[in-house]
Ligand binder design. Sequence first.
Ligand SMILES: C[S@@+](CC[C@H](N)C(=O)[O-])C[C@H]1O[C@@H](n2cnc3c(N)ncnc32)[C@H](O)[C@@H]1O
Length: 354
Amino acid sequence: MSKTGATQVHLFSGWRGHEREPVIGDVYNRGNVSIHFNHAEKLYPDWPTPTCIISDGPYGVSGFPGDNHKAESLAEWYEPHIKAWSQYATPETTLWFWGTEVGWATVHPLLISNAWEYRCCNIWDKGLGHVAGNANTQTLRKFPVVTEVCVHYVKAAVFKVGNQSLTMQDWLRHEWQRTGLPFRLANEACGVLNAATRKYLTADHLWYYPPVDAFVRLAKYANEHGDPAGKPYFSINGKSSISGCQWAKLRAKFTCDVGITNVWREPQVSGSERIQGIRSGMKYKFSSLHGSQKPLKFIDLTIRASTGKGDVVWEPFGGLCPGAVVSHYLNRTYRAAEIIPEFYSAAVERLAMS
Ligand SMILES: C[S@@+](CC[C@H](N)C(=O)[O-])C[C@H]1O[C@@H](n2cnc3c(N)ncnc32)[C@H](O)[C@@H]1O
């Protein structure tokens, strides 16, 4: 369990305790961590380039104010956001897309058509406690649902060759072929028996991203031994080859501790981590403020996996902004948006107290 996962979050009553209700344009900053009271789509152009985007927006289950009523309308709702994420992301950016299974399935084709590359579907298994034996399966006519998904995408690098757009795998082959050298010499370039042609220059699904040292060796060899007329090889700007540092930035970061899988077993947020409050104008008793509050543990896991110190995290649909608490502890730059006053104010108070 990480430091943030163990954080004690104070219970408080939401926006009632604040001097005034927030107005659109308000922003709360704690160091490099900022929570905006605004529509995320208005803020993207001014936010720093994201290393990681945590999307936990509408689910299509009427789960919180403003949630869509049906999953079918989700793709249309998400479209402007996904287009903006694609515009501002780089090949270093990871997207964590939270949703229900069917909600995600509905939006997935849109993500793919906007150049997000699918990596993995992580499943939050909330366990039997989530239904607490209350599910009447004879009425529901299905097995009780105790899961949500957090789907992992990356913004794959695209290489322009003439008017063609190539994937990294195709571009590496294309560049080597341009040299006029046989593929087997890539092994000599990398100082390996056959791994370079088998892994880095293959056209099949067993392709691997060449690590920085392998890429640098391939580029150096190609430029020294390839057809002089085609130089420079492995270049984006047509003037020099991509350096090792530049190559490292052409894919998203990822680190994972041993023992973690794509099934995340954790009960619904409860106890001192669950933010309590009373919704304005409603006669609710003091209870859970936000219906879809995410465990800090998962936000911590995804931010650690996909970013390093100083990197930028976006949480466009902030809710209670768990990413703000985690980013504060992990020294990430963070930007969030939220449009419901109670949620914004509670998120601000949560960050201020963390
Ligand atoms: C599923 S909740 C996020 C819950 C959050 N992950 C948490 O743990 O508290 C989605 C939130 O997005 C907010 N929202 C919806 N549309 C938005 C928009 N265009 N800009 C900013 N926030 C928005 C909603 O008010 C809601 O609180």
